[in-house]
Design a protein around this ligand. Structure first.
Ligand code: NDP
Length: 354
C-alpha cells in the first residue's frame, strides 16, 4: 500500500538532488579559481551577478601601467614603447583631456592602443579620483611612471645651464625672466610636491611585483654637489625621513622667496633642486617599501632619460623622445623576480653614484 507513495517520494528526492547539484556546479568551479583579493572584493559586493563578477575578475587580473604627463615628449614615447612591449593595459594620462585624446589618436594612427584617464598632478582631487579608478577597475596599478614635470626656459635655472656653453648657447636665448623666487615655488610645486602627492596616493595601491619609476634628471645629481656639505650629507644619508626631506625642500623655497637661499646653502637652480628632492624621495620610498612590504617584490627607482629633444629641453638635444624613453621603460619592465635596481638613480640603464 505504502510502496507507490514511497516510490513517488524517492523520485521527487532524486530530481531535487539533481537540480541542486547542477545549480551549484558552475559556482564551485568558479570559486576554485578565485584569488584571495577577488574573494574579498566579492564579499564586499554580494549583489553582483556572476557575469559582473567574471568581468571584474578579468579586470583584476589584467595588468595596468600608468604614465603621468604623457600627452607629449618623453611621456608619450614611454606610452608608445609600453603599448608595444607591455602585456597589459597602458594608460596615457594628461592634465588636459583634449591634449590627451589627441595623443591617443596619434598613437592609434600608428596602430597602437593606449587608454586615457585625466590626471593633473597639481590637483589633489584629480589624483585621488584617478587612484580610486585604478583601485576599483584593476585592484591597483602594476606600473607607475611619474614623468610629468616642468622647467622654466633659459637663464641660470634652465635645464641646459649645467651643460657646456657650446651646447646650451642657442637654447638659452629668450631666457625666462620670471623671478627666481617664483621659479623656485612653481617648479618645486609640480616636480617635487605634486609628484610626492602622486606617490602618497598611488604607492599604497601598487600591486605586488609592481614597478615605480620617477623621472628625475642628471641636473638633480649635479645640483646635489652644489649644495652645502651639511645639506649634501642629509640628502645622501640612509636615515633621512620623508618629513625631513619635505622640510628641506620647503626651506629652499622659503629662503628663495626671501632671497636668502644661497646663504642657506642652496644653489641657484630651482629645477635642479626639485630633481635632487625627487631622487632623494625615491630612495626614501624604496627603503620604506623594503621595510614595510618586504615580500611584495616592488622595485622603485629614479632615473634620467638623458638630454632629450622635447618642448622642455629644445631641439639641440642629442636624443629623440623614443630614445629618452629607453631607461624609464627598462625600469618599468624589470622582469618578475628581479631584486635590483631598487632605490637607485639610473641613467642609460646603469646605476649612477649619488
Ligand atoms: P615636456 O615639456 O615635453 O612634457 C612634459 C609633460 O608633463 C607634458 O605632457 C605636460 O603636460 C606634463 N605636465 C606638466 N605639468 C603637469 C601636471 N601638473 N599634471 C600632469 N601633467 C603635467 O617635457 P619632457 O618630455 O622633456 O620631460 C618629461 C620629464 O623628463 C620631466 O619630468 C622632465 O623634468 C624630465 N627630464 C627631461 C629631460 C630632457 O632632456 N627633455 C632631461 C631630464 C629629465 P602639458 O602638455 O599639459 O603641459
Amino acid at each position: 500500500m505504502c510502496f507507490p507513495i514511497f516510490h513517488a517520494w524517492l523520485t521527487l528526492l532524486f530530481f531535487r538532488l539533481c537540480a541542486v547539484t547542477l545549480r551549484s556546479r558552475p559556482s564551485l568551479v568558479y570559486c576554485a579559481s578565485r584569488t584571495a583579493r577577488t574573494a574579498s572584493l566579492l564579499s564586499a559586493a554580494p549583489q553582483l551577478t556572476q557575469r559582473d563578477e567574471t568581468s571584474l575578475e578579468k579586470n583584476m587580473s589584467t595588468k595596468v601601467a600608468v604614465v603621468t604627463g604623457s600627452n607629449k615628449g618623453i611621456g608619450l614615447s614611454i606610452v608608445r614603447a609600453l603599448c608595444k612591449q607591455y602585456q597589459g593595459d597602458v594608460y596615457l594620462t594628461a592634465r588636459d583631456t583634449g591634449r590627451g585624446q589627441e595623443a591617443i589618436e596619434s598613437l592609434s594612427s600608428e596602430g597602437l592602443k593606449a587608454m586615457f584617464h585625466q590626471l593633473d598632478i597639481n590637483d589633489l582631487n584629480s589624483i585621488t579620483t584617478a587612484a580610486a579608478f585604478f583601485k576599483d577597475k584593476y585592484g591597483g596599478v602594476d606600473v607607475l611612471i611619474n614623468n610629468a614635470g616642468i622647467a622654466f626656459k633659459g637663464g641660470d635655472d634652465d635645464i641646459m645651464s649645467t651643460l657646456p656653453p657650446s651646447l646650451c648657447l642657442s637654447v638659452s636665448s629668450g631666457a625666462d625672466t620670471t623671478a627666481f623666487a617664483v621659479q623656485a615655488e612653481v617648479t618645486l610645486k609640480t616636480n617635487f610636491f605634486a609628484t610626492r602627492d602622486m606617490l602618497t596616493h598611488f604607492l599604497p595601491i601598487v600591486k605586488a611585483g609592481g614597478r615605480v619609476v620617477n623621472i628625475s634628471s642628471f641636473v638633480g645629481a649635479r645640483t646635489l654637489n652644489q649644495c652645502s656639505p651639511d645639506h649634501q650629507q642629509r640628502f645622501r644619508s640612509e636615515d633621512i625621513t620623508e618629513e625631513e626631506l619635505v622640510g628641506m625642500m620647503q626651506q629652499f623655497v622659503d629662503e628663495a622667496k626671501r632671497g636668502e637661499h644661497k646663504k642657506g646653502g642652496w644653489p641657484d637652480t630651482a629645477y635642479g633642486m626639485s630633481k635632487t628632492g625627487l631622487t632623494t624621495l625615491s630612495m626614501i620610498h624604496a627603503r620604506q617599501l623594503s621595510k614595510e612590504r618586504p615580500n611584495d617584490g616592488i622595485l622603485l627607482n629614479a632615473c634620467c632619460p638623458g638630454w632629450v629633444r622635447t618642448d622642455m629641453a629644445g631641439p639641440k638635444a642629442p636624443k629623440s623622445p623614443d630614445e629618452g624613453a629607453i631607461t624609464p621603460v627598462y625600469l618599468a619592465l624589470l622582469p618578475p623576480g628581479a631584486t635590483e635596481p631598487h632605490g637607485k638613480f639610473v641613467s642609460d640603464k646603469e646605476v649612477q653614484p649619488w
